[in-house]
Design a protein around this ligand. Structure first.
Ligand code: PRP
Length: 215
C-alpha cells in the first residue's frame, strides 16, 4: 500500500487532476466528506488528509510515503531531510511583505526605522529582513494577518499572496516579494527503498502529468 498525504484546499484541488492523470483518481469528494482516509482508483494507493503543516511529519515518520506540501511550509518548519523529487507547479503563490496603503515602506527601510511586522512565517521573515539589513520587531500570529496593520498591531505583514484580492479587500499594498511558492512532492526515504518500484512509477507518472499540464 502506498499512502499519499494531502491537505484540503487549493493545493488538493489542484493536485487532484495531476494524481488522476498519473492514474490515481481520488474516489471521494474530500471537501464534503468527513473521512480522513480516502480510497483511489488504484487499489494499492490511498490518500490521507492532514493539516498542511503536518504533511512533512507524516512523511518523515512513515505515516505516509508521499506528501504534497507548499515550499513555504518546508522552509518555515524545516524540510526534515525529506526527498523532494518534484515541483508540482500547483498552489502557486508568493510570500510577500504588505503594508497599509499610505505607509511609506521604502522610506522607513531607507531611514533604518524599526518596522513592526506581523506574520506566521517567523523564520522566513527573520531571514529575509536580516539579509536586507532591515530592523524589524516580529510579532507571531496564527492567521488573519491582514488585520494587524489595520488595527495598529503592526506596520507590515509577511503573508502568502495569490490573486492579491485579500490584500485589496483590506486596503493593503504588496511592497516586496520575498519568494515564489508552489507545492512540492516529498517522499519518505525508507519507503523509497522498501517500495521502490511502485513509488518510482508513481513519481515518474506525476512528473509526466506535470509536464503535460504545462503544454
Ligand atoms: C492565504 C493567505 C491570504 C490569502 C491570499 O490564506 O494567508 O490570506 O490566501 O490569497 P489571495 O491573494 O488570492 O487573496 P489561505 O486562504 O491559504 O488560508 P490561511 O489564512 O489559513 O493561510
Amino acid at each position: 500500500m502506498i499512502t499519499v498525504a494531502l491537505s484540503k484546499g487549493r493545493s488538493l484541488d489542484e493536485t487532484r487532476p495531476l494524481l488522476k492523470a498519473a492514474g490515481v483518481g481520488v474516489l471521494e469528494d474530500a471537501e464534503s466528506s468527513r473521512k480522513l482516509m480516502l480510497g483511489t482508483t488504484q487499489p494499492g494507493v490511498r490518500v490521507v488528509l492532514v493539516r498542511t503543516s503536518d504533511v512533512p511529519t507524516y512523511v518523515q515518520y512513515g505515516g505516509a510515503d508521499l506528501g504534497v506540501v507548499g515550499r513555504d511550509i518546508l522552509l518555515e518548519y524545516g524540510d526534515q531531510g525529506l526527498y523532494q523529487p518534484l515541483d508540482l507547479r500547483v498552489g502557486v503563490c508568493r510570500l510577500s511583505v504588505a503594508v497599509r496603503a499610505g505607509f511609506d515602506y521604502a522610506t522607513a527601510v531607507k531611514q533604518g526605522s524599526r518596522i513592526r511586522v506581523a506574520t506566521k512565517y517567523m523564520q522566513c521573515a527573520r531571514d529575509h529582513f536580516a539579509n536586507k539589513g532591515v530592523h524589524v520587531d516580529l510579532i507571531k500570529l496564527y492567521g488573519s494577518m491582514e488585520l494587524a496593520p489595520l488595527t495598529g498591531l503592526a506596520d507590515a505583514i509577511v503573508d502568502l499572496v495569490s490573486t492579491g484580492n485579500t490584500l485589496k479587500a483590506n486596503d493593503l499594498v504588496e511592497v516586496e516579494e520575498i519568494m515564489q511558492i508552489s507545492s512540492r512532492l516529498v517522499v519518505n526515504r525508507a519507503a523509497l527503498k522498501v517500495k521502490r518500484e511502485p513509488l518510482r512509477a508513481l513519481i515518474a507518472a506525476l512528473e509526466r502529468a506535470v509536464a503535460d499540464s504545462e503544454n
